[in-house]
Design a protein around this ligand. Structure first.
Ligand code: PMP
Length: 776
């Protein structure tokens, strides 16, 4: 009640003025329903819509700040939650004062289309499944999110729900409802003791009732989907399964068979987020607990405001459903939920569940509906159900999955001999000879290892041995591998979740991103300006008396978002690094072997010659081979008395495979093929860009392509949720691509090299369909 007294009561004109003064938006305003806050829909002349949220005067700033952090976290992962908009300053909370002297915190959120689920007549079971699926996605997205401000004492927290029942149930006048609550209380007390201690906890939305869920406004009921989840005012750290319990409690009210609806929602949820058996056993009790808490809170409020008709209505819906609810045995409900878990595809039940139990949880699985792939052939992969997938993603299978020539070479050699570099063998010599023949003459000494990471590790050792220096310059957002040292030099990892920043010896230079970076494609001097930024890092090191060991960069930064470096950039940077005594390392793990079409090696497109080249992924076509190639003088510095040996590096089978991959690349003229099909694909993507606002940029060369999605072409607000939705839609249509970039909003297209012109057409056509579906 106290909250209601402090609810803001601004009029439309005040909302219009706030939109204009705080956010520079000229728009009309109409008020949306809210009890404790005030929400206005702002609509500009051009039809753009925003939600202006004016918080209750009692709302605490740290809580709203935590809400904003959560929404920002979700905005790159999901497309159905609002995102927080800010002024250029980045400030996401503003203030407004009323004539009464009260001060309100104000925020601007993006608008989500749709009508409340509560207003939809006869929602289909497909829609309820989608509701479950969206909540499962939400739980998955919040798994790695936490915020101390959301660990709070809150009367809607089901973990404390029994206290609410014991305090307020006596206020309930309906005898049937009272009996039902007492019965639930008795059973829940036992579950609290035996089951609840085993439930996982995480941050939850906590109030997915049918007025906080939006549904698409389409005529045909079968095409309706959930478009939005709103009102994050009940965020809370509590039982993870409560997310599902709350939504289920409201969705099943008034249904002829409430348990059937509950099971449909749970099945959708389990597609995206796996619950434990204990959580599923506790689910029904928590669903009923939410209804009991709701009835009790309404009784409490009703005592304070006897005339409030809304409170009576919400109790009535529960009372009306009592006969059906009371008829459901709790054990029966638990069995139904458990069998939904068992039914949830062979894959979730079997392979995924076993993997989750036996393998580290931070091994990620691609796609909302994970794929179980059992066979590959050239640019196609095949699922365990026999379905064919067009692979536009896996650059590792460079000459094609299971290319017959490569398979044959491997089979023949493994039947003959597989041993290490301590013995002489012609294959390793021939492979080194052929590999170095593709490179500039200076790069003539090879080292073989087993992965891109090992190769980069070795490259750093070579550079340190040659320069007697330790410090390194890297590009922002780069990834160079998974070892301890390489995490240290990979901002993509050490600046991301779970990372702890760069160590003192690693110096970051800005990513020369002509679309989103400080200097953009309209600046003819961008290459020089970005190179200048590296020179300033060098100048700073020199000023501090620090020697530079090397500069390392991908010649076409991939993980950073399929970036095309401005022409002339590496030439300037290499010159500056060398004049400071440092070496230049080109990480070609992603882009070598003709992928970029115009050149065999990525660095050639920048007209530079590195001192050390690092190879991985494609050179073994899936077999683990890494290589470092350098100059005789750097190799001589490394030959300082300490033996270099890698047990498996350069083994006979790997050399046979590596050699055959190179043969195939050359015999099948795959570089020219990538150029030709890549040009066609880029042209088609650029024409898509003219038709779809969400495509902000199309870039790349050959089979190294990035399509950057944005919600606004002026602000470049990343469309991460949309990118994720598109990738999953394509997967469902049998085409595999991925996302990349710091905001996960760049569609990454880098197929195996046999990818054909017809494959490209199919990809483009499906992409356009997915954009139409996902971007509303
Ligand atoms: N460098 C780059 C540019 C990479 O993309 C990767 C892998 N994604 C690596 C190095 C590490 O290679 P690996 O996973 O084989 O160790």
């Amino acid at each position: 009640m106290e909250l209601l007294k402090h609810a803001p009561r601004l009029d439309r004109h005040a909302a219009i003025a706030l939109g204009e003064h705080l956010y520079g938006i000229r728009a009309g305003a109409s008020e949306l329903p809210s009890e404790r806050d005030q929400n206005f829909l702002l609509t500009t002349d051009r039809g753009e819509k925003f939600i202006l949220k004016i918080a209750n005067a009692l709302e605490l700033r740290p809580f709203l700040e935590a809400q904003n952090r959560l929404l920002t976290h979700l905005s790159v992962r999901l497309s159905f939650c609002p995102h927080v908009l800010s002024r250029v300053s980045g400030q996401t909370i503003e203030t407004a004062s009323a004539d009464t002297g009260e001060v309100y915190l104000v925020r601007l959120l993006s608008y989500l289309p749709g009508v409340p689920l509560g207003n939809v007549k006869n929602p289909t079971s497909q829609l309820y499944r989608d509701l479950g699926s969206k909540l499962g996605q939400l739980s998955a997205a919040l798994r790695d999110f936490d915020d101390s401000a959301l660990h709070r004492d809150f009367h809607w927290d089901l973990a404390k729900g029994l206290n609410v029942l014991s305090e307020y149930a006596p206020l309930i006048s309906d005898a049937g409802l009272r009996r039902f609550i007492d019965e639930c209380t008795r059973k829940l007390a036992s579950e609290k003791a035996h089951l609840w201690p085993k439930l996982r906890r995480s941050i939850i939305h906590g109030d997915a009732n049918d007025y906080n869920i939006l549904v698409s406004e389409v005529g045909e009921p079968n095409k309706q989907t959930i478009t939005g989840l709103i009102d994050f005012g009940d965020l809370l750290h509590s039982f993870t399964v409560s997310e599902l319990a709350v939504a289920t409690a409201y969705a099943m009210l008034g249904k002829p068979d409430p348990l059937e609806t509950a099971v449909v929602i749970a099945a959708g949820y389990l597609q995206h987020y796996s619950l434990t058996e204990d959580e599923l056993k506790a689910l029904w009790g928590l669903v009923l607990l939410r209804l009991c808490v709701s009835a009790c809170m309404a009784a409490r409020q009703q005592r304070q405001a006897p005339d409030n008709a809304y409170l009576a209505i919400s109790q009535k819906a529960i009372v009306d459903s009592l006969p059906q609810l009371a008829a459901i045995e709790w054990e029966q409900a638990a069995d139904c939920f458990l069998s939904a878990l068992r039914d949830e595809s062979e894959l979730t039940k079997g392979t995924l569940a076993i993997r989750r139990r036996l393998l580290g949880r931070n091994l990620s699985v691609a796609y909302q509906h994970p794929l179980k792939i059992v066979r590959g052939s050239m640019q196609y992969l095949y699922g365990d159900d026999g379905r064919e997938y067009l692979d536009a993603y896996n650059n590792v299978a460079h000459v094609g999955h299971c290319h017959p020539r490569v398979v044959r070479a491997a089979q023949q050699q493994i039947a003959q001999l597989n041993t290490n570099t301590r013995y002489l063998h012609d294959l390793i010599n021939r492979y080194a000879e052929r590999l170095t023949a593709t490179l500039p003459p200076e790069l003539s000494v090879c080292f073989f290892v087993n992965s891109g990471s090992e190769a980069n590790e070795l490259a750093l050792r070579l550079a340190r041995a040659h320069t007697n220096a330790h410090d390194l310059i890297v590009l922002d957002h780069a990834y160079h591998g998974n070892t301890t040292t390489l995490i240290d030099i990979s901002p993509y990892k050490h600046d991301g979740p779970g990372g702890c920043g760069a160590p003192a010896w690693v110096h970051k230079a800005p990513l020369p991103d002509l679309y989103r970076g400080t200097y953009r494609s309209d600046d003819p001097l961008a290459a020089g300006r970005y190179a200048e930024a590296v020179s300033s890092v060098i100048a700073d090191l020199q000023h501090r008396g620090i020697h530079l060991s090397a500069f390392i960069a991908e010649s076409w930064p991939s993980v950073a978002g399929q970036i095309v470096l401005p022409s002339g950039y590496l030439g300037r940077v290499y010159a500056a690094v060398r004049s400071a005594g440092g070496l230049c390392i080109a990480d070609e793990v992603q882009t070598g072997y003709g992928r970029v079409g115009t050149h065999f090696w990525g660095f050639e497109s920048q007209q530079v010659v590195p001192d050390i080249v690092v190879l991985g992924k494609p050179i073994g076509n899936g077999h683990p081979i890494g290589a470092v190639i350098t100059t005789p003088s750097i190799a001589a510095s490394f030959d300082n008395g300490m033996e270099f040996f890698s047990t498996f590096g350069g083994n006979t089978v790997s050399c046979a495979i590596g050699l055959e991959v190179l043969n195939v690349v050359q015999d099948e003229d795959l570089q020219a093929h990538a150029f030709q099909v890549g040009e066609q694909m880029l042209a088609r993507l650029r024409s898509l860009m003219n038709r779809h606002e969400v495509i902000g940029d199309v870039r790349g060369s050959g089979f190294f392509i990035g399509v950057e999605l944005v919600r606004n072409r002026d602000t470049l607000e990343p469309a991460g949720g949309e990118a994720n939705g598109i990738v999953n839609r394509l997967r469902d249509r049998g085409i595999l691509i991925g996302t990349d970039g710091p905001f996960h909003n760049v569609l990454k297209i880098r197929p195996p090299m046999p990818f054909s012109a017809a494959n490209a057409e199919r990809l483009i056509e499906a992409l356009e369909e997915a954009i139409g579906r996902v971007v509303l």
